[in-house]
Write a protein that binds this ligand. Structure first.
Ligand SMILES: O=P(O)(O)OC[C@H]1O[C@H](O)[C@H](O)[C@@H](O)[C@@H]1O
Length: 351
């Protein structure tokens, strides 16, 4: 297990037990560079000069373009280039989840159960997975395999034994996450799940989501009790989702591709997901941003969460069964010249 220490000015500390060393070397051999950063992330770089940072706590990740060049110029320049959003004043100390990247919500999404909000997985230290089989090795990709197993402590609040694996791979212009949950218990259990994608946008008022129009959704803002809320369905009437206030919705049974179009940046995120039929769209807007201690007052303007999720229907696993999901986020340049703002091009014109 890799223990990540909190950053103190200029200090880089880490502890790794011997069984992690081999995996670390293997990961290192597969990638151009893997290292610990000051906050205990794995930094993985590939020849395309893109990078992903995988935190062992809560396993969120994010990636950036032109990392190598920008790195020399310091953090601010680097942040401008990032695709994933991480809050500058994010709290790195457990038990608070890191606000940013792609936290894994398991075994519960939101308050849909008796556990802490969004489940405990995002607050735990994950280990490097020495045996990610039967997933084939990721070719021509930088990848890291992580695992989280139920602990005796977790069993007190959620008495089901499980193994949650996550493969994170980066290839040119594409970040792929493959989450897997195995029931290692002697009885069936079920869970809800989400990959909470914090996306970095230029200006939330200039962003549009295509692919969710006409769908039914649950509105978390309509009911304080989310369990009651699950029963009430609304239907999206807008041609596309745009933003002028707080939003917290679970769109149900969405298409596998969703496009998040950032007009100002002329960039489109294409989210492709399998095994996670729902999509959560969340932006806290100004009032809620002020109320969240780990979010700057203005941060809501440059972030948007669009999650791959399985919320309406729980995922049920019999003993020793495994569930596997798949998510890809790619970025494409969108401009009127290229025609890529045409919704059908965005959703169906790219592979
Ligand atoms: O602050 P977090 O625990 O990360 O949750 C962020 C948000 O996630 C969800 O979409 C919930 O419905 C919201 O009520 C919550 O504020």
């Amino acid at each position: 297990m890799v223990k990540v220490h909190e950053e103190k000015a200029g200090e880089k500390k880490r502890e790794s037990e011997p069984n992690c060393e081999q995996h670390r070397r293997e990961v290192q051999a597969r990638n151009d560079a893997v290292e610990y950063s000051s906050r205990g992330q794995w930094v993985s770089q590939n020849h395309t000069h893109r990078a992903m940072w995988v935190f062992c706590r809560g396993a969120p990740v994010w990636r950036a373009g032109h990392f190598l060049e920008k790195r020399k110029k310091g953090r601010t320049a680097f942040r401008e280039q990032q695709d994933g959003f991480i809050v500058p004043q994010a709290i790195w100390k457990p038990p608070k989840a890191i606000r940013g990247g792609i936290p894994v919500c398991f075994p519960q999404f939101g308050n849909l159960g008796s556990l802490e909000q969004h489940g405990f997985a995002r607050n735990r230290f994950w280990s490097l997975d020495n045996d990610p089989s039967p997933l084939p090795p990721a070719n021509n990709q930088s990848s890291v395999d992580l695992i989280l197993k139920s602990t005796e402590e977790d069993l007190k609040t959620w008495p089901r034994r499980f193994e949650l694996r996550l493969r994170v791979s980066l290839s040119a212009g594409k970040l792929t996450l493959i989450p897997r949950v195995r029931n290692t218990d002697s009885r069936q259990f079920s869970f809800t799940f989400a990959l909470r994608n914090y996306l970095s946008v230029s200006d939330i008022s200039e962003v549009r989501i295509e692919g969710l129009e006409t769908l039914d959704y649950f509105d978390n803002l309509m009911q304080s009790n989310q369990i009651k809320m699950r029963k009430e369905r609304f239907t999206e009437q807008a041609d596309a989702i745009t933003f002028d206030g707080e939003i917290d919705r679970v769109y149900l049974s969405t298409p596998t591709k969703i496009a998040i179009i950032d007009h100002e940046k002329k960039r489109t995120f294409v989210l492709r997901k399998v095994g996670m039929p729902d999509a959560v769209v969340w932006n806290p807007w100004d009032k809620k941003a002020k109320a969240l201690s780990d979010l700057g007052d203005e941060d809501y303007k440059t972030m948007l969460c669009v999650d791959s999720a399985s919320v309406e229907n729980t995922i049920a696993l019999k003993p020793y069964e495994e569930w596997k999901g798949h998510q890809e986020i790619s970025t494409v340049s969108s401009s009127y010249c290229s025609g890529q703002l045409d919704p059908s091009m965005v959703l169906y014109g790219f592979r």
